[in-house]
Design a binder for this molecule. Structure first.
Ligand SMILES: Cc1ncc(COP(=O)(O)O)c(C=O)c1O
Length: 352
């Protein structure tokens, strides 16, 4: 009888189109978590160990932990949580966002390949992309947004990868993810999106056709200004091969940072809801302010790509860029007189 009731319940959910799919708040809290068997601890412990008992008599090598540069249970819990939130098959964490980006680029690119990337990428990413020249990788920078002619013009025989952020750092430009993914697929090109600014709560590029998503988890995902970290999510076959690259290059996250990341992500959905609300309120306030020249926020109808943003995002985040009316000195004066905001680099933190 109980079994029958369960089947009816499943049919009911399926009819509603919900298919037992868990919401973002539930995934933020529960995905990837496990109860440690020995003690029954309800929080995933920090497996602060460099090495593990190996070989094990009770486990095959493929299932064993060997050495933390390869795999670690605390980090795997964080990887599963990020993958669940992004709708990915698997994920990997790294010692920084740039380390995750480096692993992704070195996995896909080889000498003689060509990469197209959006203008207005994060400065550190651009430095890295320029360094690729040293390894014989050609690059073209284009403004994509909705100008697909520029993108099509840039595609060559040897184009292997299209890399972009949306929204971008710092000008919050928006690119139509679905369109770029479609063009790339037609040309057999891999797509990589840096989803740091949106987070999976506001946008899931993999579900729009993108191959791999990278993150600086230093920002919203951890959200508490106390770690540096990165992540990659995507298909399981890519992730298992990239794990071998991470093992070879040694860019894995530290277990303590992994623990803080796991804790930070538990509140991701609620933090993002508040960031979205506050970001919109500040953008609207600044847009109407006589001393503000221009506001860049994808949630504003005045934003050049608002319609695209509306189509692919569920919220617009807590980052607002704007220009103060006046010269550099007056702008500096404005910054110096801010009462609550902290003047510092980074973003997506609870106290900005
Ligand atoms: C969009 C974006 N991607 C990547 C990075 C690099 O991340 P990390 O500082 O964790 O290496 C940053 C850093 O600000 C960023 O803003």
């Amino acid at each position: 009888m109980k079994k029958l009731y369960g089947i009816y319940l499943q049919i009911f959910w399926s009819l509603l189109g919900l298919k037992n799919e868990k919401g973002f708040s539930t995934k933020s809290v529960h995905a990837g978590e496990f109860i440690e068997k020995e003690s029954g601890a309800v929080i995933v412990p920090i497996y602060q160990t460099s090495t593990f008992l190996y070989p094990r008599e009770d486990k095959p090598e493929a299932e064993s932990y060997i050495y933390t540069r390869i795999r670690n249970p605390t980090l795997e819990a964080a990887e599963k949580k990020i993958a669940a939130l992004e709708g990915a098959e698997a994920g990997l964490v790294f010692s920084s966002g740039l380390s995750a980006i480096h692993a992704t680029l070195s996995y896909f690119l080889k000498p003689g390949d060509h990469i197209i990337y959006i203008n207005d990428v994060y400065g550190g990413t651009e430095v890295q992309l320029k360094l690729l020249e040293k390894y014989g990788i050609e690059r073209t920078q284009v403004i994509i947004e909705s100008d697909f002619d520029a993108l099509l013009d840039a595609i060559r025989e040897n184009t292997k990868l299209i890399y972009f952020e949306t929204p971008t750092n710092p000008l919050l430009r928006i690119t139509d993810i679905k369109e770029v993914a479609k063009i790339a697929k037609e040309h057999g090109i891999i797509t990589v999106v840096d989803n740091t600014f949106a987070t999976p709560i506001n946008q899931q590029p993999l579900l729009l056709g993108i191959d791999v998503v990278v993150h600086s988890v230093t920002k919203y995902l951890n959200g508490h200004s106390d770690i540096i970290g990165g992540a990659i999510v995507g298909p399981a076959n890519y992730m298992s091969e990239m794990l071998q690259l991470r093992r070879a290059f040694g860019g894995i996250m530290d277990p303590f940072a992994g623990f803080l990341l796991l804790r930070g992500m538990k509140t991701l959905a609620v933090r993002m809801a508040m960031h979205n609300k506050n970001g919109m309120a500040i953008a609207e306030f600044l847009e109407d302010h006589p001393k503000i020249e221009r506001v860049y926020y994808p949630g504003l109808t005045s934003h050049i790509s608002h319609e695209i943003a509306k189509k692919q995002m569920r919220g617009y985040g807590g980052m607002v860029s704007f220009e103060v009316k006046g010269n550099a000195e007056e702008t500096y004066h404005f910054m110096k007189n801010l009462k609550i905001a902290t003047i510092a680099v980074s973003l997506g933190l609870f106290h900005k």
